[in-house]
Design a binder for this molecule. Structure first.
Ligand code: SAM
Length: 223
């Protein structure tokens, strides 16, 4: 559908799913469906709505970013979420990743260190009827949420220098799974970590670039 010579946002969303996701190997139909349903344009600043389905990360408020659609889909696929799973997300940002997880039926707790982003993310999730499925908290997510551990699923959407020990320990010993970008500030590897008892098996899904995780088990604030 074309409106004023431009493809409608719905048509852009469908094209994003077909080209950027399915076309690049995202196979999980539930993830593709969720990405086709959540209006990404609600999660970017108003003046960037026309770019919402661009094949790239976009700047959001507080100097942060909303991740590229492909990386959101790939991380979600790697997390392997089932309806009813409790998921801890570190780095709420715009709230888009949390919305995708909620659409998959997860019970999400998401933590953000930038107060400015929290109210906005809550508002967007409310608008989409997803507020009951997502708790947005303020704080340093690199320390996790120990009082609600163990977590069956943990997703970190900011780059960590190493896997935070707190998050390792809070992962469910019975097959808990974490997806996390790990490496120096300029380039990381997207790791999938699976815990069985006191063994943590890691594999890399390939290179990626994220904004830094800032905190007690992340990068220092001023480095
Ligand atoms: N998941 C987000 C989305 O869907 O829009 C994108 C997240 S953005 C790439 C990374 C976010 O992590 C930023 O909003 C940043 O403020 C946040 N962040 C960085 N360090 C953090 C920490 N220690 N605890 C919580 N949030 C943190």
């Amino acid at each position: 559908m074309r409106i004023g010579g431009q493809r409608s946002l719905e048509a852009q969303r469908a094209a994003m799913v077909a080209g950027q996701l399915r076309g690049r190997g995202v196979r999980d139909e539930r993830v593709l469906k969720a990405m086709g349903e959540v209006p990404r344009e609600l999660f970017v600043p108003g003046w960037r709505r026309s770019q919402a389905y661009a094949d790239e990360a976009l700047p959001i408020e507080a100097g942060q970013t909303i991740s590229q659609p492909y990386i959101v889909a790939r991380m979600t696929e790697l997390l392997d979420v089932r309806p009813g799973d409790r998921v801890l997300e570190i780095g709420t940002g715009s709230g888009y990743q949390a919305a995708i997880l909620a659409k998959l039926g997860a019970e999400v707790t998401t933590i953000e260190r930038q107060e400015d982003l929290i109210a906005q993310a809550r508002g967007r999730l409310q608008e989409l009827g997803l507020a009951d499925a997502v708790v947005v908290r303020a704080g340093d997510g690199s320390a996790g949420v120990p009082e609600e551990a163990p977590w069956p699923r943990i997703i970190v959407t900011a780059a960590a220098p190493t896997i935070p020990m707190a998050l390792r320990e809070q992962l469910d010993p019975d097959g808990g799974r974490m997806v996390i970008p790990v490496g120096p500030r300029d380039r990381q590897e997207l790791l999938v970590v699976i815990r069985q008892g006191n063994e943590w098996v890691e594999r890399s899904d390939g290179p990626c670039v994220f904004v830094p995780l800032i905190g007690s088990e992340g990068f220092p604030h001023d480095a």
